[in-house]
Design a binder for this molecule. Structure first.
Ligand code: ADP
Length: 157
């Protein structure tokens, strides 16, 4: 059966933690759409186009993945794409409260769309795009934590 899932997020920029979740999701679903959320109210380091480009470069020819961006309600986008699930990554208890609230809100809006949480790999539980940006701006080495194209982008600026 063709089961499509959407993995939404800011991905500002994409990290190895995100890629790990994406790969795990592709082993469960026939297609995973990784989608950058367009949110003009959220300050971001990279443009939506650049974030999409960096995801595409990071995944290479990983099968079963589509890269996209969207604005508006997530559940509307999921339905438009014929998706059955929303993928979210969980790193620590601190992620839980917000994710729980979002999952229930989305369930209320779209009862047939399931939120599927995937546990982060041990190697990446402590990383977030914000930590990456901060550490690299102060000259710290993040080469183990982000794809090469992201590293290049962070160090070139
Ligand atoms: P958002 O602004 O929607 O939280 P992010 O790009 O920060 O966007 O995160 C997108 C998703 O990826 C979220 O579900 C988040 O919990 C998950 N995620 C972020 N960093 C990691 C990581 N290091 N390991 C696993 N999942 C992660």
């Amino acid at each position: 059966m063709n089961k499509i899932a959407v993995y939404p997020g800011s991905f500002d920029p994409v990290t190895k933690g995100h890629i790990d979740i994406l790969k795990r999701a592709t082993s469960i679903f026939s297609k995973v759409i990784i989608a950058v959320v367009v949110n003009p109210n959220k300050k971001s380091r990279f443009t939506v186009e650049k974030r999409v480009e960096l995801i595409k470069k990071s995944i290479g020819d990983l099968p079963g993945v589509e890269v996209d961006s969207f604005s508006g309600l997530l559940v509307d986008y999921v339905k438009m794409k014929n998706g059955v699930a929303i993928i979210r990554g969980l790193r620590a208890v601190s992620d839980f409260e917000y994710e729980f609230q979002m999952a229930h809100t989305n369930k209320k809006l779209a009862p047939n769309v399931e939120t599927v949480f995937i546990a982060a790999d041990n190697r990446y539980t402590f990383i977030s795009s914000n930590v990456i940006k901060e550490v690299s701006s102060l000259g710290g080495d993040v080469s183990d934590l982000v794809p090469n194209c992201v590293l290049k982008e962070l160090t070139e600026e």
